[in-house]
Design a protein around this ligand. Structure first.
Ligand code: SF4
Length: 82
């Protein structure tokens, strides 16, 4: 189909059951995984197939259009204290 715009995924950490389904189905050629064994949330996905969102059993993955900046997220806050 047509080329899609990169997206940044967001995961509801309280809902995630760490099933690994999103990572297992992800077609990215390089590992696209977070420190919490989910798909990455700190870099854009340029494939944007949304298979992870479709397969998540607790439907806790969503996304925003990648605009070259990282929104504040619990993950970002966890790793940096500035
Ligand atoms: S598919 Fe959903 S519940 Fe499973 S690890 Fe990914 S975000 Fe968590």
């Amino acid at each position: 189909m047509s080329e899609r715009s990169p997206v940044l995924f967001n995961i509801g950490w309280n809902a995630c059951i760490n099933c690994g389904a999103c990572v297992a189905i992800c077609p990215q050629p390089e590992p696209f995984i977070s420190p919490f064994d989910t798909i990455s949330v700190d870099r854009p996905c340029d494939i944007a197939c949304m298979l992870c969102e479709s397969i998540c059993p607790v439907t806790t993955i969503d996304h925003v259009a990648w605009e070259g900046t990282l929104p504040q997220s619990p993950l970002n806050n966890r790793s940096h204290h500035t």
